[in-house]
Design a protein around this ligand. Structure first.
Ligand code: ADP
Length: 496
């Protein structure tokens, strides 16, 4: 086994970790990447708030240290380690007042942001910084602190303004749209000096931005796909931070890199998937037909063999372009296709999908809600998969569909552009074609790409070729883990 870690110690700080606390891709990455890094020989610990789900999962914990805050309004916390956890060790940050609440990690049950999120994640950031500083209360000292999204964005700022840094810092952007922006009056409560309220500090348009603070002060920035790394340097996708990102990239090309996420191939593998009707592999693709029938039955659609089923599993939001599919749905059905849709999100979009399904019974099957088992069946049973996201840092579902022999139709942006290779004469010659993509997120663009996909679907040898190209690639985490290990090594003095 190639051990590229060389004893490197990494503290991975995150506000979510699957399967216990997950609102999106960050939760999946926080479970899978540390495990893949450990498999590469690195010594990794994961720092995460002790939410109720984690306290319930790990009733027995060993207290490690008390974390006090001599200044500001951050509450003291206890650092503990579960007695028995699979994967890399977890470090739980226990503060009952901050994290032991019903609802989600960021919002109450009614979907309203907790009003003290700045202090809750200020505490997480400060604890992460402390463990990466010379003042750490632990014997275990990391070489690298890896921060993720705005919730841990203040950590590099604490290492600049309040603590003596010992570890290098990496900041990963999983979605630039969420930035953690708060009122400037919170500066003292967060235990940051007045001098931090500056353009080269934590200030962003007169307010405090956790994400900006991290991007400004960390040693290296990464994001979850190479194309998204380029896109966020442009005003159209930069969410106001493109200037800062361009400055970092111009200072050093190594400052901002895109490393494509992997997928959990233990959970998402059609050869072993317990959630689908029939398991299959690249050599037994005919068994996919069993899943096709099961999917049609589950969603109440009639799907004769000569009508393609277009699948979609998605949050129903503008980001995901589910409105484009809504607008295209009648034309798609009129052309003879069927739709199999699973999703939840904006109430107006959910309602529009319900109405559409009622108006096209038997042709458009819709399930509103979150249903992991059905998500697997859509990936396995659909003929092709739709993912016309307006922007997509990495995206998981298109990788699942590629691994399941269900060629995707995507808008060529972010991670979608880095994983889906449009079927055309040159990609066919190169043997890389695995799906269909279009530029410009529009209904006509989507319809034209789906029309090309359906034409290809009607040509079985060509379709097999696309399916096999998608399934043959290793979509797991080991490539990404090696890239992160390389990046960490480049930051350890004497290692580069
Ligand atoms: P994002 O993190 O932006 O929502 P991704 O494609 O990166 O999008 O990941 C979405 C994850 O959530 C995938 O694992 C996907 O299967 C899952 N998912 C999204 N919506 C649903 C749903 N309604 N039911 C089941 N799983 C869903």
């Amino acid at each position: 086994m190639a051990v590229s870690g060389g004893g490197l110690r990494v503290l991975f700080a995150t506000s979510e970790i699957a399967p216990w606390v997950k609102t999106g891709g960050l939760g999946d990455v926080s479970a899978a990447l540390p495990a893949a890094l450990a498999a590469e020989g690195l010594e990794v610990r994961v720092l995460v708030p002790a939410y109720p789900a984690l306290l319930a999962a790990f009733p027995e914990r060993r207290p490690l240290a008390r974390i006090e805050h001599p200044a500001g309004a951050l509450r003291p916390a206890l650092l503990s380690q579960p007695a028995a956890a699979g994967g890399p060790p977890l470090l739980l940050l226990e503060s009952a007042e901050d994290y032991r609440r019903p609802g989600g990690p960021y919002q109450d049950r009614g979907g309203r942001d907790w009003t003290d999120n700045a202090l809750r994640f200020g505490l997480l950031s400060k604890a992460a910084a402390l463990l990466a500083s010379t003042d750490t209360p632990l014997d275990w000292q990391p070489d690298v602190l890896h921060c993720n999204d705005w919730q841990t964005g203040l950590a590099p700022a604490y290492l600049r303004y309040r603590l003596r840094p010992r570890a290098a810092t990496v900041m990963t952007i999983h979605n630039l749209a969420f930035q953690g922006v708060f009122e400037p009056a919170l500066l003292a409560a967060l235990d940051l000096p007045a001098s931090a309220m500056a353009i080269d500090g934590v200030e962003f348009h007169g307010r405090i931005s956790f994400l900006k603070a991290g991007l400004q002060h960390c040693d290296r920035i990464t994001t979850v796909s190479p194309t998204y790394a380029r896109e966020i340097c442009e005003p159209a996708h930069g969410a106001g931070l493109d200037g800062l990102l361009r400055w970092r990239r111009e200072r050093s090309a190594a400052d901002l890199t895109g490393i494509l996420n992997g997928i959990d191939t233990g959970e998402w593998n059609p050869a072993t998937d317990a959630s689908i009707a029939a398991r299959y592999s690249i050599d037994t693709l005919e068994a996919k037909a069993v899943n096709r029938r099961a999917l049609a039955g589950r969603l109440g659609i009639d799907a004769p063999p000569d009508t393609p089923i277009l699948g979609m599993v998605s949050r129903m939001t503008l980001q995901k372009g589910t409105d484009l599919v809504l607008a295209a749905a009648e034309a798609l059905v009129a052309s003879g296709a069927r739709l199999a849709v699973l999703g939840s999100g904006e109430p107006a979009m959910e309602e529009a999908w319900r109405e559409l399904a009622a108006a096209h019974r038997g042709r458009i099957g819709v399930r509103i809600g979150f249903d992991d088992v059905l998500a697997h069946l859509v990936e396995a049973g659909a003929d092709l998969f739709l993912m016309p996201s307006r922007f997509e840092p990495c995206g998981l579902n298109q990788m699942y569909s590629l691994a399941y022999g269900t060629p995707p139709v995507v808008h060529a942006t972010g991670g979608l552009a880095d994983t889906v290779v449009d079927c055309n004469a040159s990609t066919r010659t190169a043997g890389t074609a695995n799906g269909f993509s279009f530029t410009g997120a529009s209904v006509p663009g989507l319809l034209a790409a789906v029309a090309r996909a359906i034409e290809a679907w009607r040509d079985p040898p060509l379709w097999r070729e696309l399916q096999r190209n998608g399934m043959a690639r290793d979509w797991g985490w080991s490539t990404a883990a090696r890239r992160y290990a390389q990046l960490y090594r480049s930051l350890r003095p004497g290692d580069a």
